[in-house]
Design a protein around this ligand. Structure first.
Ligand code: SF4
Length: 103
């Protein structure tokens, strides 16, 4: 992946978070404070016009921290696991030989 493509993300400038406190999206506090910050970030994301691009970026680059596209790291991790399971399942189905077609 060319490094420039990583940063060539014009959509970021249109994000609803452009003027928000970055700590809301990358909480450094712990416990209830970080939960409240993440919830506040997700509310901002809910009204963001580039939410889809933001989430896709986070998924493509495996962003393991912060709120992206309104999702938590745990939600993205689960989505990646579900996607991988779906790909494995599809691959298994495609390898099966249809009845009556075996040599
Ligand atoms: S979806 Fe959320 S994190 Fe992404 S650009 Fe919009 S407001 Fe920012």
């Amino acid at each position: 992946m060319p490094i420039m493509s990583y940063y060539a993300t014009e959509w970021r400038e249109s994000g609803a978070c452009i003027t928000a406190d970055p700590e809301l999206f990358f909480p450094i506090a712990s416990g209830g404070v970080s939960v409240r910050q993440a919830e506040q970030a997700r509310r901002i994301c809910a009204g963001c016009h580039v939410r889809r691009q933001c989430l896709q970026f986070a998924m493509d680059f495996g962003e393991a921290h912060g709120i992206w596209g309104g999702t938590t790291p745990e939600e993205r991790r689960r989505a990646r696991l579900n996607d991988a399971a779906a790909r494995r399942s599809a691959a298994r189905r495609s390898r099966r030989v249809a009845p009556g077609t075996a040599a």
